[in-house]
Design a binder for this molecule. Structure first.
Ligand code: NAP
Length: 285
C-alpha cells in the first residue's frame, strides 16, 4: 500500500505546530502516513483542492486564511458536516476513497473538549464572557450554542460583534447572547463564570492582558485561546489570583486529535500528541 499523505493547508504555514503533532500521532498509532505543510496563496486554493486525490492526499487541516473559502468549495464539490455548515468554516477535510471531499470543523469541539478536560468547566447553564468576535470567537459561541444560560460578547470592532450576534441568532435563542460595550466589561464579568479571550492580545512578547486584573474575581475561570507561548499576562494574572486558567494549547491539541479521529476512525493518542506539541512550541520560541 502506498503511504497516505496528510497536511496543513494555509498561507503562511511555516510555523504550524500541526506537522509535529500529527506525525507523532501516526508514529504512535503505527500508521504508515506522513503529514506535511502546504503553503498555498488564496488564488491557488481551488486548483489545489480540486486535485487532492491525484496528489495522494487523504486528509487536510485548513488554517488562516482559507477556512471560509474551503467551506464554500467543499459545499459545492463535496459534503459538509453539520457543525462546519453552521459555523461557515472548514478546518478539516477527509478525502473519501472515491475522491469526494468531506468538510468538518473541529475548532468548536476541540475548544469544548479542552474546556472540560483542562479547565474542568461544564458551560451548560453558566454565563460565559467572550472577548473578541473574529473567527475563533465564532467557533466557540457557535459550538456552545444554547448550552450556557447567557453569552456576553464584546469586541473593539462593533460591526464584527453585531455580525457574530446575527450569525448566532440565526441558529440559537437570541435572548441568550448579549453584546457588551467595552465600558460595561467589569459589570458583565462580575456576572460571568467563564472568560474566554478570543482576541490576539497575548500572542506577542510584552503584550498586556486584554482585561484589567481588578476585574478578575472568583469564581471566574479563564480560557485564553492564545497558544503560541507558554503563558500570557491574562493567565498569569488569573493564576496569581488563584483562579483556574489555561492557555489555548489544549484547544489546539483537541482540534488536532478530533481531526485524527475523523481520518483514522480510532481514538487519538492524546498524550503523545500533547508532548509533541509542547516540544514543537519550544522549538518555535
Ligand atoms: P481575529 O479574527 O483577528 O479576531 C479577533 C478580534 O478581537 C478582532 O475583531 C479584534 O478587533 C478584536 N480585538 C482586538 N483587541 C481587542 C480588545 N482589546 N478587546 C476586544 N476585542 C479586541 O482573530 P481569530 O482568528 O479569531 O483569533 C483570535 C485568537 O484566538 C488568536 O490569539 C488566535 O491565536 C487564537 N486561536 C486559538 C486557537 C486554538 O486552537 N487555541 C484556534 C484559533 C484561534 P480588530 O480586528 O479591530 O483588532
Amino acid at each position: 500500500m502506498t503511504k497516505m499523505i496528510y497536511g496543513v493547508l494555509g498561507h503562511p504555514v511555516g510555523h504550524s505546530l500541526s506537522p509535529a503533532m500529527q506525525n507523532a500521532a501516526f508514529k504512535e498509532a503505527g500508521i504508515d502516513a506522513e503529514y506535511g505543510a502546504y503553503d498555498i496563496p488564496p488564488e491557488g486554493l481551488s486548483d489545489f483542492l480540486s486535485n487532492l486525490s491525484h496528489k495522494g492526499i487523504a486528509g487536510l487541516n485548513v488554517t488562516i486564511p482559507h477556512k471560509i473559502k474551503t467551506k464554500e468549495y467543499v459545499e459545492r464539490h463535496g459534503m459538509l458536516d453539520a457543525f462546519a455548515k453552521k459555523l461557515g468554516a472548514v478546518n478539516t477535510i477527509k478525502v473519501g476513497e472515491d475522491g469526494k471531499l468531506c468538510g468538518f470543523n473541529t475548532d468548536g469541539p476541540g475548544f469544548y473538549r479542552s474546556l472540560v478536560e483542562d479547565l474542568k468547566f461544564e458551560p451548560e447553564g453558566k454565563t460565559v464572557f467572550v472577548l473578541g468576535s473574529g473567527g475563533a470567537a465564532t467557533a466557540v459561541v457557535m459550538y456552545l450554542g444554547n448550552g450556557p444560560k447567557k453569552i456576553f460578547i464584546s469586541d473593539v470592532d462593533k460591526e464584527k460583534t453585531l455580525a457574530l450576534k446575527t450569525h448566532y441568532d440565526g441558529y440559537y435563542d437570541r435572548a441568550r447572547m448579549v453584546i457588551v460595550d467595552p465600558s460595561e466589561t467589569e459589570k458583565s464579568l462580575s456576572e460571568s463564570d467563564l472568560l474566554v479571550n478570543a482576541t490576539p492580545i497575548g500572542m506577542k512578547d510584552g503584550d498586556p492582558s486584554p482585561v484589567s486584573k481588578d476585574m478578575l474575581r472568583r469564581p471566574l475561570r479563564v480560557y485564553d485561546l492564545v497558544y503560541n507561548r507558554p503563558t500570557t499576562e491574562l493567565v498569569r494574572d488569573a493564576v496569581r489570583l488563584k483562579l483556574h486558567a489555561v492557555t489555548g494549547l489544549g484547544m489546539l491539541l483537541y482540534q488536532g486529535a478530533i481531526a485524527f479521529e475523523i481520518w483514522m476512525g480510532r481514538p487519538a493518542p492524546i498524550a503523545v500528541m500533547k508532548k509533541a506539541l509542547k516540544a514543537a512550541l519550544k522549538n518555535n520560541e
